[in-house]
Design a protein around this ligand. Structure first.
Ligand code: SF4
Ligand code: SF4
Length: 112
């Protein structure tokens, strides 16, 4: 099992999660983060830290799409281990529906 980041992270990207991960397995895209499922040790400490409730254990139903996306993009995007400033409009996009369809970007972020 692993934890995965879902579309609730898109355009929120608060990054509280990266500060607590003991194995630094978060990777940064242009407007969301993902977890590398083969590096995640399932400790669960990041889940309650996310203000957008974007992080879920893959044992929950219906998360196959996100597991696939986390696996694919963690291999392409740069590692991120320290929080930066969240986007200025992060709160406006918190809880918004359909963010994947509206905003997902496959472009990498800057990483550390
Ligand atoms: S804390 Fe949540 S919203 Fe912020 S970057 Fe991590 S997963 Fe995304
Ligand atoms: S569950 Fe633990 S190891 Fe996995 S991403 Fe979260 S903090 Fe990192």
């Amino acid at each position: 099992m692993t934890y995965v980041v879902t579309d609730a992270c898109i355009k929120c990207k608060y990054m509280d999660c990266v500060e607590v991960c003991p194995v630094d397995c978060f990777y940064e895209g242009e407007n969301m983060l993902v977890i590398n499922p083969s590096e995640c040790i399932d400790c669960g400490v990041c889940e309650p830290e996310c203000p957008a409730e974007a992080i879920l254990p893959d044992t929950e139903n219906g998360l196959e799409k996100w597991l696939e996306l986390n696996t694919k993009f963690s291999a392409e995007w740069p590692n991120i281990t320290a929080a930066k400033e969240a986007p200025a409009d992060a709160d406006e996009h918190k809880g918004e529906e359909g963010k994947f369809e509206k905003y997902f970007s496959a472009e990498p972020g800057e990483g550390d």
